[in-house]
Design a protein around this ligand. Structure first.
Ligand SMILES: *Cc1c(COP(=O)(O)O)cnc(C)c1O
Length: 407
């Protein structure tokens, strides 16, 4: 026996939610594939995927089947017991990557927290006491827990939360000389995103990425790749680091891993995993059977060669279309990123107005994102079709025309 659902709308948000978000005025109620519908029945093409999360579109039948099958079987046992879906997913992730060991968490921040703690613990166990420093990069984003946000390189996100964890150094991204000068035997880890997502969809150059790898090895510092956003097929390979011809020591991933179900993982090697011995770290929900059953189904779909080939082909199509729109309207110039994680930096005349493009595009029926005030970010489903990309580009084109006409 249940009471009828309470009527809620966007105004309810302002009454009952902590105001740390400023959500759009529309409230989505249903999704299917690359499309969403709001409370008023209006349809939207989804080029955002809930910030690069629903990589297989909404309500993919194989994910729905995996979730409902597991929902009728077993939901949760904690880590006092292990469970079959978690073990299967861990096995699959080791098959798909350099890693031989997996730690499960529930969010990108938590996976990074585990990686940073592993780096400190490993140094404490194997090196002199002064090997504590974590080097990260300006504009990096690693999540919102106090450790993760402090390692992240955007001071506005740590303001007012002091005292912050210490031993963290920030350097300019894609500047190998700066790292060469700063890194030392006191550095226990260097953490980087292969493409800075929140920071503006800025890919690492190959020279930088390979140089960072060499410097880390020379100083016995762990190279941590934050692939929370770039992982799980988003870049056109299962993980983005594959395209740089290097292997990190630790990799974190989340967002696309569960296709919309909260789940995250830290991947590493036998030798490093040994430093997080029994009792050193943990999570009540990490590796929960519901989450890992869905993620296993997602990973199988993502790792399919046809999916990755589609990401590459649709990525090229979207990139070309964006360049054309940029040239036609002069709103943005150039396109950067990898696979289906693309950013279009605003032109000088439109600096700071990426948000306006998102607002008007949504009115034209396509949901896009920003990456900071100056970059329009697109992250459509990895399974998006040729026609859907064309349709989204037409809607974005119409939105840009409207913006230019309005001045
Ligand atoms: C989103 C993101 C995070 C944080 O993930 P949460 O699940 O929000 O904690 C960390 N790193 C990168 C690169 C991200 O894009």
């Amino acid at each position: 026996m249940s009471s009828p659902p309470t009527a809620v709308n966007r105004q309810t948000f302002d009454q009952v939610m902590v105001p740390n978000y400023a959500p759009n005025q529309i409230v989505p109620v249903r999704g299917q594939g690359a499309r969403l519908w709001d409370q008023d029945g209006r349809e939207y093409l989804d080029f955002a995927c809930g910030i690069a999360v629903t990589g297989l579109g909404h309500c993919h039948p194989q994910l729905v089947a995996a979730l409902t099958e597991q929902a009728g079987r077993l939901w949760h046992v904690s880590n006092v017991m292990t469970n079959e879906p978690a073990l299967r997913l861990a096995r699959r992730l080791t098959e798909l990557s350099f890693a031989t060991r997996v730690f499960f968490a529930n969010s990108g921040s938590e996976a990074n927290e585990a990686a940073f703690k592993l780096a400190r613990k490993h140094a404490a166990l194997h090196f002199p006491a002064d090997k504590r420093e974590i080097i990260a990069f300006d504009n990096a984003f690693h999540g919102r827990t106090l450790f993760a946000v402090t390692v992240g390189g955007q001071p506005k996100y740590t303001e007012g939360f002091e005292p912050l964890p210490g031993g963290i150094t920030h350097l300019p991204y894609n500047d190998l000389e700066a790292l060469e000068r700063a890194i030392s035997d006191r550095t226990c880890a260097v953490v980087m995103e292969p493409v800075q997502g929140e920071g503006g969809v800025t890919p690492a150059t190959v020279e930088f990425a390979q140089g960072v790898r060499k410097l880390c090895s020379a100083h016995h510092a762990l190279l941590i790749y934050d692939e929370v956003q770039t992982g799980n097929g988003r870049s056109g390979t299962f993980f983005a680091h594959e395209q740089y011809g290097l292997v990190p020591d630790v990799l974190t991933t989340a967002k696309g891993l569960g296709g919309g179900f909260p789940v995250a993982a830290m991947l590493t090697t036998d030798a490093l995993a040994a430093s997080l011995g029994f009792g050193t770290h943990g999570s009540t929900y990490g590796g929960n059977p519901l989450a890992t059953a869905v993620a296993l189904a997602a990973v199988d779909l993502i790792a399919h060669p046809e999916t990755l080939a589609n990401v590459q082909a649709r990525g090229r199509q979207l990139r070309e279309g964006l360049l054309e729109i940029g040239q036609r309207h002069g709103i943005f110039e150039g396109v950067r990123g990898m696979g289906l994680l693309l950013g279009a930096p605003m032109s000088a005349a439109w600096k700071g107005r990426a948000r306006d493009v998102v607002t008007v595009a949504l009115r034209h029926g396509v949901w896009t994102l920003v990456a900071g005030p100056d970059v329009l970010r697109l992250a459509p489903s990895l399974l998006i079709t040729n026609d859907e990309i064309d349709e989204g580009l037409r809607k974005l084109d119409a939105a840009c025309a409207e913006l230019v006409a309005a001045g």
